[in-house]
Write a protein that binds this ligand. Structure first.
Ligand code: FNR
Length: 383
């Protein structure tokens, strides 16, 4: 077992172990990847204030997200095709999150279905919805999430039109993988991944197969999915979906203070400041740069969460100190999952927890509630 001390260690191992097309699907941003890169580099531009001789005994990273107790304010973000990184990937990630005491969010575009994940976990997880044109499908999937006991709906607003990722087009990304000569050669070298996949009992796109009209095989499924993202989604529909769901609602993909105000008007329980990990609007500002302005605009009306670019506990600390009440990690846990399965997700969470705990202490803070802007040196041109 390799010694893993950072998320970067997991990324390197992940790159070695999963087929190229899935590594690329995860690691890529849209178009020039400017926003994808700046999600990380803008974090690095924020510096921390070191404080000394503060009693650090009995400190804790425990906190709450939408009223739910969490071991640290870090949830697992919804990630499509998670189950292509390792067999039953969504179940493994959900179990690791559950044991660690942080929320897991299941994507609409998962391999394992809502019911599969519910059957293999004990605590409620969160379900992420992409709004589809097929109203019956939307109603049906919300019923399924409710019946499975999902404790929050994460409604993603920033992907009704798909940003282009060059590598996915060039790789002919599909699930199951399209077998061209290069993909076959690549798959043949990933024996560990292949051996793991032989054990999968799940169907591809478990939330959709069998519930989408006219979908009978993998290729009609891909076509249905591509055509189904509803471009007519507006605030009126968001309001209707809120009523239809009736439970806790988190609106994900907010990058602008005006949109944040609209989201707060709808009565969401939380919003996620996010640019989808740099996968949608290339040229948009980094999420961490957008965060302070949004907290100023709506922080007293709605819980503000954050994702995009978190690769360490230090990054979590910076987002919380800028006013986020919770954060999500996407790639950071997928690296772990593809590298080492369930143990890899646990490792990713342990790494981030240790970094957060130690960094809090070195900044002279004992609790998540005590993290404030005072411990940061933020570049003047941040919003
Ligand atoms: C995503 N993201 C995403 N979001 C969502 O609402 N539904 C989804 O199905 C997906 N799928 C998806 C796949 C992959 C491979 C990635 C990397 C991301 C976005 C995700 O929830 C989150 O916003 C970002 O991953 C956050 O950025 P970091 O943490 O990856 O930098």
């Amino acid at each position: 077992m390799p010694v893993i001390t950072s998320i970067e260690d997991l990324r390197r191992l992940y790159e070695r172990r999963v087929p190229r097309m899935f590594y690329d699907y995860c690691e890529t941003g849209s178009w020039t990847e400017q926003t994808f890169r700046e999600n990380s580099s803008d974090f690095a531009d924020i510096r921390l204030r070191q404080r000394v001789a503060v009693d650090m005994e009995g400190r804790s990273t425990a906190s709450r997200m939408i009223g739910q107790q969490v071991a640290m304010p870090v949830a697992l973000a919804p990630v499509g095709l998670t189950g292509m990184n390792t067999a039953d990937g969504e179940i493994k990630a959900a179990r690791a999150a559950e044991r660690f005491g942080v929320p897991f969010t299941l994507s609409t575009m998962s391999i394992c279905s809502i019911e599969d994940v519910a059957a293999h976990t004990e605590k409620p997880f969160w379900f992420q919805l992409y709004v589809m044109r097929d109203q019956e499908f939307v109603e049906n999937i919300l019923d399924r999430a409710r019946n499975a006991g999902c404790s929050a709906l994460v409604l993603t607003l920033d992907l009704q039109i798909l940003g282009q990722r060059h590598k996915d087009l060039k790789n002919g990304l599909s699930a199951p993988p399209k077998l061209t000569l290069p993909t076959m050669v690549n798959l043949a070298t990933k024996w560990r991944w292949g051996a793991g996949m032989l054990g999968t009992k799940r169907r591809f796109f478990g939330n959709i197969v069998g519930h989408a009209r006219g979908v009978t095989d993998a290729s009609s499924l891909m076509t249905w999915t591509a055509e189904q993202f509803d471009p007519r989604l507006d605030w009126d529909k968001v309001r209707k979906l809120k009523d239809m769901w009736g439970g806790k609602l988190i609106l994900k993909g907010i990058l602008d203070a005006e949109d944040a105000r609209r989201a707060a008007d709808v009565g969401a329980d939380a919003i996620v400041v996010s640019n989808h990990g740099g996968r949608q609007l290339d040229g948009a500002i980094s999420a961490i740069r957008a965060l302070p302005g949004i907290v100023r605009a709506v922080g007293d009306r709605v819980e503000v969460h954050f994702d995009s670019g978190i690769r360490s506990g230090q990054d979590v600390l910076k987002a919380i100190a800028l006013g986020a009440k919770g954060t999500y990690i996407g790639r950071s846990y997928i690296y772990g999952l593809g590298a080492m399965g369930e143990a890899g997700v646990t490792r990713a969470l342990e790494v981030i927890h240790k970094e957060l705990d130690t960094t809090m202490a070195l900044c002279g803070r004992k609790s998540i509630a005590g993290l404030d802007r005072d411990i940061l040196l933020v570049p003047q041109d941040f919003e």
